[in-house]
Design a protein around this ligand. Structure first.
Ligand code: PMP
Length: 290
């Protein structure tokens, strides 16, 4: 038996889980999504992810046709059907089928899709030795265009940034905002450590407010590490003692080189390693955050 996918209220075999070519999720990237993890049979920060999904939907005036509780049930049901206790969960909500014109008012039947599978963003060595990243020309969407807080099905800026990184021979890109300040990576938030303080760009710097970002900030507080949300420039990155990225799929991953410049002593830093260990504890064993 193959993998089952939840679609339009039913569990279907992966091969049979399809949407129409007239769905505006496909035609225009008109829809929203979430990436969530389950660890040891528990959905990590489920409420926060579901709340963010509903906020994204509201942001694009899309009405999700089920209640939050039903969605949570559907996630658990999909995990169970696939016998998964550790998984990456992808929720997608599309605008639904419409005409070949843009008008969402002509769309009906938004599709709710739940995929439960595994995901490996980076090889194990990169977690041990750290990533090399670069800043790229493509900027994050500005608030005046489309709020970067909306996790929409339109990730083209971020995909362009990923291509720019790949073309330069590295696996990840740091995206700036339209004012030239550091925003985030293509699917991860960024942190630096400077003189013992953990610093990350503030919510209004053009970022998706990561749920992993919040967990890591809370863990840092538990470890008595000073945490600051502060605008960062490329200069701040270059003089940082440590750097790491956070995201649901990537979890916590050290960065050791930015724009060909070595960060700190070129190895994952002590604070980074401590937070990485605490994050693993938080997700897999006992909750540190009360
Ligand atoms: N930024 C962007 C652009 C993202 O798509 C994501 C999620 N993949 C993140 C940051 C990290 O957010 P979270 O920790 O909630 O997964």
């Amino acid at each position: 038996m193959g993998l089952k996918v939840y679609i339009d209220g039913e569990l279907k075999e992966k091969e049979d889980a399809r949407i129409s070519v007239y769905d505006h999720g496909l035609l225009y990237g008109d829809g929203i999504f979430e990436g969530i993890r389950a660890y040891n049979g528990k959905v990590f920060r489920c409420k926060a992810h579901i709340d963010r999904l509903f906020d994204s939907a509201k942001g694009i005036a899309l009405n999700i046709p089920i209640e939050k509780e039903e969605l949570q049930e559907a996630i658990l049901q999909t995990l169970k059907a696939n016998n998964l206790s550790d998984a990456y969960i992808r929720i997608v909500v599309t605008r639904g089928c419409g005409t070949l014109g843009l008008d969402p008012a002509k769309c009906s039947n938004p599709q709710i899709i739940i995929i439960t599978d595994s995901i490996t963003l980076y090889p194990k060595e990169m977690y041990e030795n750290g990533l090399e990243v670069i800043t790229v020309p493509t900027t994050r969407t500005s608030h005046s265009a489309l709020s970067p807080k909306i996790k929409s099905l339109n990730y083209l800026n971020n995909i362009m940034a990923k291509i720019e990184a790949r073309q330069a021979g590295v696996v990840e890109a740091i995206m700036l905002n339209s004012a030239g300040a550091v925003a985030e990576c293509t699917g991860d938030n960024i942190f630096i450590v400077k003189d013992g303080t953990l610093i990350t760009p503030p919510p209004d710097s053009g970022i998706l407010e990561g749920i992993t970002r919040k967990v890591v900030m809370e863990l840092a507080e538990c470890a008595s590490v000073k945490v600051k949300e502060q605008q960062l420039t490329r200069f701040d990155l270059y003089i940082a003692d440590e750097c790491f990225l956070t995201g649901t799929a990537a979890e916590v991953i050290p960065v050791v080189k930015i724009d060909s410049r070595q960060i700190g002593d070129g190895a994952p830093g002590q604070t980074t390693l401590k937070l990485l260990e605490m994050f693993r504890e938080e997700t897999h064993h006992n909750s540190i955050i009360k």
